[in-house]
Design a protein around this ligand. Structure first.
Ligand code: SF4
Length: 352
């Protein structure tokens, strides 16, 4: 929903200011599915709004739900005709995290990523980014009891709790719209999310990390690290040729000085590529070189296969890698890979 357009519409139609608050509450708090449902407005006004405004900036092309009901993926068709993806994941009953896209495709070209293979098409607007959350809020409102019908625990009135910018695109390559979208998501009159329930994930653009520390020190930062040697990172993540591990380390040091907040380091486990004892040692060395190790949290993620040439590390190998890290006094969490059957890794559906 484009709030500026809504405001303009109200001005052009000579409507009093309080109407804006009424409509915003209906959309963002009550979660109406159409303007027609806002019964505090006259029928005539509702009809005019239906004709001239739109609630969502895309059509829903496809929604896939995993058998366990813990992950749901939506393929969305923007009015430009481009396709994007967004995923809703429930890490525990009643808690929902929405993973959203910020670009159509991505220019970063990470070799393990389906979106990277599509190349870059265009940036999303702040409206297109925040509408993904509006869509999931509406979806949960409509479907929450169905989603839990096979569980002992029945949860109704579910809502989106957390937001991660971890879908298609590199957030720091579209910072103007991404930062605008964060302002909309945290605006109390609109979505009203707390900054700490939002996370931005980057492939490691050093300049962006510093900018985010200054502009949104309370928003969480996650870094797709994946390799702890420049030689391997160069091979799989072209960004490393511009911002190598040393640049990343310096950016993180600055980030900690400003925010003193925890950073999540993401590490996908690739069989025989980055999962040896030596890789664990290099990773531990890199973490110690940053300092503030208590503020760095390692997430080990089993690779959700999007490439023929790469295979996920086995569960045993992932466990052994974790133990190797522990020998170096680095704690890590093995993150459950959710939604493989619905191709939940970013770009798997839109790229088809
Ligand atoms: S992993 Fe992220 S940054 Fe890399 S290509 Fe995919 S979407 Fe882009």
């Amino acid at each position: 929903m484009d709030i500026k357009k809504l405001q303009q519409f109200l001005d052009e139609n000579g409507l009093p200011k309080f109407r804006l608050g009424q409509i915003q509450k209906a959309i963002f708090t009550d979660g109406v599915f159409s303007f027609g449902e806002i019964t505090t407005l006259s029928k005539e006004l509702r009809e005019k709004m239906e004709k001239e405004l739109r609630l969502l900036s895309f059509e829903i092309e496809k929604v896939l739900t995993a058998k366990d009901g813990q992950s749901i993926k939506a393929l969305l068709k923007l009015h430009s005709g481009d396709l994007i993806e967004t995923v809703l994941i429930s890490p525990k009953p009643g808690i929902w995290s929405a993973c959203i896209s910020c670009q159509v495709g991505c220019a970063m070209g990470c070799r393990f990523c389906a979106t990277g293979k599509m190349g870059f098409k265009r940036d999303l607007t702040a409206e297109e980014i925040t509408d993904q959350i509006l869509f999931w809020k509406q979806y949960l409102k409509k479907n929450s009891s169905d989603l839990f019908e096979n569980c002992e625990l029945k949860i109704e009135n579910c809502d989106v709790n957390n937001i991660v910018y971890m879908g298609m695109g590199e957030p720091f390559n579209n910072w103007k719209e991404v930062s605008e979208s964060i302002k909309i998501l945290t605006d109390e009159k609109l979505f009203g999310f707390g900054s700490r329930s939002i996370s931005v994930s980057t492939s490691g653009i050093a300049e962006g990390i510093e900018r985010m520390a200054n502009e949104f020190p309370q928003v969480n930062l996650a870094i797709s690290l994946h390799f702890a040697s420049n030689e391997k990172r160069n091979r799989f993540m072209p960004i490393n040729k511009k911002d190598n591990l040393e640049n990343l380390r310096d950016a993180l040091k600055k980030y900690f000085t400003i925010t003193k907040r925890k950073v999540f380091l993401e590490y996908i486990m690739l069989d025989g590529i980055n999962d040896t004892a030596l890789d664990a040692k290099l990773l531990a060395d890199f973490i110690y070189s940053i300092g503030n190790t208590h503020l760095l949290h390692m997430n080990l993620i089993r690779y959700n296969m999007t490439s023929e040439e790469l295979k996920p590390s086995s569960k045993t190998r992932t466990q052994l890698f974790k133990q190797e890290l522990e020998k170096h006094n680095i704690n890590a969490t093995i993150r459950k890979s959710l939604g493989e059957e619905i191709e939940a890794a970013c770009g798997q559906l839109a790229g088809k």
